[in-house]
Design a protein around this ligand. Structure first.
Ligand code: GLA
Length: 453
């Protein structure tokens, strides 16, 4: 008996010492639905089950959305043994029942808690109960845990989240670990081995300014993302009513360019045709879900007009032209130059992955200090409209093959290697010239995929 006990102690010590995050999860950015943005605390068994049904019937499951995540307010207290207690009025059959239903639809089930003593809605948090809660979640059949930072007082973020990671690992059920620490302690610098995704900012609100400000804050973070470890600029607001259809299209496109997790946050049971056409645009989703797992970098920043490029597998790329201004823009776009743009590395002219970001705004040619970056020029007769770098020679960033930000064995590409597809018009471009004027509506984008011939 004594020997058996000793054996168990050694096994537990060993598990603790080797605890890690579950590998092989979230190799592409997680996709699903979360209750918070639309329903806040108004969650219930019926809502979750009906949303699971809607995820299937609307075609969202087929498009790749798989996690149904209940955010805050499902929990009310702890019992005399410290076990978390769910709201019996809203979840009369308990959480395992809901999880089983979600699984029966071929979907995965997610839940929410916080690393502090309370959640953001002052429900019981996980602090001091990490291993107990992890075992409970495993028993429920949880596949995804969003772990917030409310009620955390003086805790150290990295240690707290690592503790929960170890608890999940020890409980033994593979669970995607979503760190929701709002970017305060720069989780991108430490969370790659701790979680599968980490929030980079405070909460999104359902308006253009909130969305575009969050987007801007992702500029320097591309190097930290990759398969199994994603920057999370927060959940989607598409379909919640605070932005125009054009703005929602922009929101969705930008999130896909960023290789962001795609957690829909709207009412799936009552979606307009416009909302569906955005959330179900499979060509845009394919950009997000590309197996290379690169986050887009800013190739050109002319203030209101920006060009972002996301490297895709098979030497393909997605190019997004963003008009942030309140006026329509007509921009001369040099598709031949974009075809040549080097996308092998994690940025354009920035320092290599893992190095400390310098003052020259890595990933931003045109920012100070980016060697070889093309300078903004004006097209003759184009009314001062920025041009996609006419006459710029070679690759932005100017790195040689194998250099920082580059890729060994890099094959230069030209426009002849590609056909170019407009991912919102769902049409291939027919170019008479390689440089053409493109109209971009206010608060809008054009997204192209350079597809290998
Ligand atoms: C925080 C998170 C949100 C949401 C709420 C719930 O604000 O950042 O995403 O989970 O808590 O209370």
């Amino acid at each position: 008996m004594k020997k058996y006990f000793l054996f168990l102690v050694i096994v537990f010590l060993f598990m603790g010492a080797t605890a890690q995050k579950f590998d092989q999860l979230a190799k592409t950015p997680p996709m699903g639905w979360n209750s918070w943005n639309k329903f806040h605390c108004d969650v219930s068994e019926a809502l979750i089950m009906q949303t699971a049904d809607a995820l299937v019937s609307t075609g969202m499951k087929d498009a790749g959305y798989e996690y149904i995540v209940i955010d805050d307010c499902w929990q009310v207290s702890r019992d005399e043994n410290g076990e978390i207690v769910c709201d019996k009025e809203r979840f009369p059959h308990g959480m395992k029942y809901v999880a089983d239903y979600v699984h029966s639809k071929g979907l995965k089930f997610g839940i929410y808690s916080s690393a502090g003593t309370v959640t953001c809605q002052r429900r019981p948090g996980g602090f001091g109960h990490e291993y107990q809660d992890a075992r409970t979640y495993a028993r429920y059949g949880v596949d995804y845990l969003k772990y917030d930072w409310c009620g955390s007082t003086t805790q150290d973020a990295k240690s707290s989240y690592t503790n929960m990671r170890n608890a999940l690992f020890t409980a033994g059920r593979p669970i995607v670990f979503s760190i929701c620490e709002w970017g305060s302690s720069k989780p991108w610098e430490w969370a790659g081995d701790v979680g599968h995704l980490w929030r980079t900012t405070g909460d999104i609100s359902d308006n253009w300014n909130s969305m575009i400000n969050i987007f801007e804050k992702q500029k320097d973070l591309a190097r930290y993302a990759g398969p199994g470890k994603w920057n999370d600029p927060d959940m989607l607001e598409v379909g919640n009513g605070g932005m125009t259809t054009e703005e929602y299209r922009t929101h969705f496109s930008l999130w896909c360019m960023l290789a962001s997790p795609l957690m829909a946050g709207n009412d799936l049971q009552n979606m307009s045709a416009e909302t569906k056409s955005i959330l179900l645009n499979k060509e845009i989703i394919a950009i997000d879900q590309d197996s290379l797992g690169r986050q887009a970098t800013c190739y050109r920043d002319n203030g209101d007009y920006q060009i972002w490029i996301k490297a895709l597998s098979n030497n393909e790329k997605a190019v997004c032209l963003l008009n942030k201004s309140d006026e329509k823009k007509s921009v001369l776009v040099d598709f031949a130059l974009l075809a040549q743009a080097r996308t092998g590395g994690r940025g354009f002219g920035g320092p290599p992955a893992g190095s400390t970001p310098g003052a020259g705004m890595p990933g931003m040619p045109g920012g100070q200090g980016a060697a070889g970056a093309p300078r903004a020029q004006r097209a003759p007769g184009s009314m001062g409209v920025p041009v996609a770098a006419p006459g710029a020679q070679g690759a932005p960033g100017g790195m040689g093959p194998g250099g920082p930000g580059g890729q060994r064995g890099f094959t230069p590409m030209t426009i002849d290697n590609y056909h170019i597809r407009d991912l919102w018009d769902h049409k291939d471009l027919v170019l008479k010239e390689t440089s053409v004027y493109v109209d971009i509506l206010p608060h809008s984008v054009k997204v192209y995929r350079f597809i290998r011939k």
